[in-house]
Design a protein around this ligand. Structure first.
Ligand SMILES: Cc1cc2nc3c(=O)[nH]c(=O)nc-3n(C[C@H](O)[C@H](O)[C@H](O)COP(=O)(O)O)c2cc1C
Length: 138
């Protein structure tokens, strides 16, 4: 059983420090795999997630430029790391430190893997301010 819990004073959810939230997508960002804790923290069943675009988790406070950076970096450099605020199915949210990797199999097919851990609180606070500034400029 994975450990997730909610802040009693806000809509923020947390997960255990030693957990890894994993998902895989195809080359278009369509979810092809999610582990148990991904489903628990996002509030969806695996069945609901499979075949859906990964922006199903997009939080409205996330600036467009963050995801432009993600896609530019994974396509050009093969990896991206950043802090993301994700939307749960019930409208609440959780922050992650995400590393997205590009993979190419022997047939040349591209897929992506994201590995998420608990972010440092200082990074969450810095990104809350930064993302608001970036969002206000959109
Ligand atoms: C492997 C992988 C994992 C992703 N994980 C997330 C995620 O957890 N949350 C999120 O909002 N977007 C995630 N994205 C980015 C989405 O595909 C999408 O670009 C983003 O949600 C912005 O949505 P939009 O492109 O419709 O504006 C991920 C992309 C990839 C390739």
């Amino acid at each position: 059983m994975n450990v997730i819990y909610k802040d009693t004073n806000s809509d923020e959810w947390y997960f255990a420090n030693n957990s890894y939230i994993l998902s895989e997508t195809d080359d278009k960002g369509i979810i092809t795999y999610a582990n148990d804790i991904f489903c628990e923290i996002a509030g969806y069943t695996l069945k609901e997630l499979m075949g859906e675009p990964h922006n199903i988790l997009r939080h409205p406070e996330m600036p467009k430029i963050a995801f432009k950076g993600l896609w530019d970096d994974v396509q050009k450099k093969g990896f991206w790391t950043g802090i993301v605020k994700n939307l749960r199915k019930d409208g609440a949210y959780y922050w992650v430190h995400a590393t997205v990797l590009r993979r190419i199999n022997l047939k040349g097919n591209v897929s992506y893997l994201s590995i998420r851990t608990t972010p440092l609180r200082a990074d969450v606070e810095a990104c809350t301010t930064l993302y608001k500034e970036l969002k206000d400029k959109e």
